[in-house]
Write a protein that binds this ligand. Structure first.
Ligand code: GDP
Ligand code: IMO
Ligand code: MG
Length: 428
C-alpha cells in the first residue's frame, strides 16, 4: 500500500505537518522530487522542527528515503543532519537512505541561480537561490555529479572539471570564481559522512512494496509550481505532481495507491508569477499575519489570497487526488465573509480552468462565490462535530466544487490539532 502527499497550490500548504501525522503507521517516508528549496515546519509538543531535504518521517524515527528525483546539496544535508541531531533526532544508516544515483547541487549551481535571476531583471522568478534550476539543467544535460561519483576521486575530478569548464564562460562573465580544489576536497570529506546512506533505494522501496508495507511519498512544493502543469515559467524545475513518484524513486508498483492533496483553506504564493485571487488589501495582510505566512527557506513574506477552488480542482485531476487535507482552517476564524473562486473571466470569456498562456493567466479575473464566516474559534479542534455550522458549510461547498472529499482538517500547527474526519489514521 502506498500513500502520496502532494501540495495542490503553490507550496507551503502544510505538507510537513500532515506527512508527520500520517507517518504514524508508515514503514518508510520517501522524497521524490525537489531539493532544499522545500521548507517544512513541524510543531510537536511545542518543539519546532524545520526540514528541507530530510523526509518529515525522520522526526518519528521512520525509515526515510531520498529518491533519485531529488537534487541533493551535500553541504546543506550535512548541516540539516547536524541541526536535527542537536534537537535529539536519531539519524543513522538504518533510518536514512539516499539514492546513489541522485544528482548533486554544487556551490556553482547556487551562483548560476543568482546570475539567472539577476539576468532576468524585472522578470526574475523569485527562486529560493538554492541552485535547484541549474542543478536540474545539468541533470538533463547529462553533466551532473551523482552521489555514487564521490566514491572515486579520479572520476569525480574529471566530472567536476568538465562541469566547471562547461559553465566557465558564464561564471567568468559574472566575475565569479569557482575554487575547484576546495569543492573537490569538500566533496571527498563530506562523502565520508554520507557514504553510509548511499544506496540503490529502488531496491528497498520495491521490497517494502511487495511486503505490502505502507510507504508514504512526500511531495515538496505544489502542483502550481510543477514544471509542466504550473504557472510556467514561474515554477520550480521539477514535476511536483504525483506521477513523479515512479521515476523519482524507481518504485514500480501501481496498486493500492491513495493520493492526499494538501490544501490550505486560502491561497498563498512565494515568489513571482500570476496569482488570480491575490489580495493586496487588509484581508491579504490579515491572512499573512494570522497565518504567519513567511517562507521557511527564504523568510520572504508570502502573498495571500482567497481560496481558488478552480486551481485545486485542476490539481486534483492531474495528481489523481482522492482525499483533500484542508489545512489552516483556523486562520479564517475571524473573517465576516469568505470568498471561493469558482472560475475566471479572461478577456470577457469564462474559464473553468487556468489556461497556460502567461498573458491570459495575468488577466484572469476571479468569479467568486461568497460564503458567511463563522466568527468562532476552530483552533485546535479535533472533532468534526465541534466545528461551527458555517465552517462545515465552507468545507462542503469546497468539496462540491472540486469533486473530492475533504477527509482531514487541520486546525493548528501541532500534530494533535487535526480532525480525522474519515478515520484515515483510525482505519490504517
Ligand atoms: P509545507 O511546505 O507544505 O510543509 O508547509 P510549511 O511548513 O512551509 O508552511 C505551513 C506552516 O503552517 C507551518 O509553519 C506549519 O506549522 C503551519 N501549519 C500547518 N497546519 C496548520 C494549521 O492547521 N493551522 C495553523 N495555524 N498553522 C498550521
Ligand atoms: P515547500 O515544499 C513555496 C518557489 C519559489 C519560486 C519558485 C522557483 O516548502 O512547499 P526554485 O528555488 O524552486 O527554483 O524557485 O518556486 N518555491 C516554493 N514556494 N514552497 C516551496 O516548497 C517552494 N519551493 C520553491 O519561491 O517562486
Ligand atoms: Mg514550505
Amino acid at each position: 500500500m502506498f500513500y502520496t502527499v502532494i501540495g495542490t497550490q503553490w507550496g507551503d500548504e502544510g505538507k510537513g505537518k500532515i506527512v508527520d501525522w500520517l507517518s504514524f503507521k508508515a514503514e518508510a517516508v520517501v522524497r521524490f522530487q525537489g531539493g532544499n528549496n522545500a521548507g517544512h515546519t513541524l510543531k510537536i509538543k511545542n518543539k519546532i522542527f524545520k526540514l528541507n531535504l530530510l523526509p518529515s518521517g525522520i522526526i518519528r524515527g521512520k525509515k526515510c528515503i531520498i529518491g533519485n528525483g531529488v537534487v541533493l546539496d551535500p553541504w546543506a544535508l550535512q548541516e540539516e543532519i547536524l541541526k536535527l541531531k542537536k534537537q535529539g533526532i536519531k539519524i543513522n544508516s538504518k533510518n536514512l537512505q539516499i539514492a546513489e544515483n541522485i544528482c548533486l547541487i554544487l556551490p556553482l549551481h547556487k551562483i548560476l541561480d543568482s546570475i539567472n535571476e539577476s539576468n532576468r531583471g524585472k522578470e526574475s522568478l523569485g527562486t529560493t537561490k538554492k541552485g535547484i534550476g541549474p542543478a536540474y539543467e545539468d541533470k538533463i544535460g547529462r553533466r551532473s555529479i551523482r552521489l555514487c561519483d564521490l566514491s572515486n576521486k579520479k572520476i569525480l575530478k574529471r566530472k567536476l572539471d568538465n562541469l566547471i569548464s562547461f559553465h566557465s564562460l558564464r561564471l567568468k562573465k559574472s566575475k565569479m570564481n569557482i575554487n575547484a580544489k576546495k569543492i573537490l576536497r569538500d566533496l571527498i570529506s563530506i562523502y565520508k559522512t554520507l557514504k553510509k546512506f548511499s544506496y540503490p533505494v529502488w531496491i528497498t522501496i520495491n521490497k517494502l512494496g511487495k511486503k505490502n508495507k505502507l510507504i508514504l511519498f512526500e511531495g515538496a512544493q505544489g502542483s502550481l509550481l510543477d514544471i509542466d502543469f504550473g504557472t510556467y515559467p514561474y515554477v520550480t524545475s521539477s514535476n511536483t505532481s504525483s506521477g513523479q513518484i515512479f521515476s523519482g524513486t524507481g518504485f514500480g508498483l501501481k496498486q493500492n495507491n491513495k493520493v492526499f492533496g494538501i490544501t490550505k483553506a486560502y491561497t498563498t504564493r512565494v515568489g513571482a508569477g500570476p496569482f488570480p485571487t491575490e489580495l493586496n488589501n487588509k484581508i491579504g495582510d490579515y491572512l499573512g499575519k494570522k497565518g504567519k505566512e513567511f517562507g521557511t527557506v527564504t523568510l520572504r513574506k508570502r502573498r495571500c489570497g482567497w481560496f481558488d477552488a478552480n486551481l485545486v480542482k485542476q490539481s486534483v485531476l492531474i495528481s489523481g487526488v482522492e482525499n483533500i487535507v484542508l489545512t489552516k482552517l483556523d486562520v479564517l476564524d475571524e473573517l465576516d465573509e469568505l470568498k471561493i473562486c469558482i472560475g475566471y473571466r479572461i478577456n470577457g470569456k469564462k474559464f473553468d480552468y487556468l489556461p497556460f498562456g502567461e498573458n491570459l493567466q495575468l488577466k484572469a479575473k476571479p468569479i467568486y462565490k461568497k460564503i458567511q464566516g463563522w466568527k468562532k474559534s476552530t483552533y485546535g479542534l479535533t472533532k468534526w462535530s465541534d466545528l461551527p455550522a458555517a465552517a462545515k458549510n465552507y468545507i462542503k461547498i469546497i468539496e462540491e466544487i472540486i469533486g473530492v472529499d475533504i477527509a482531514i482538517i487541520s486546525t493548528g500547527p501541532e500534530r494533535s490539532q487535526t480532525i480525522d474526519r474519515k478515520k484515515i489514521l483510525g482505519n490504517l
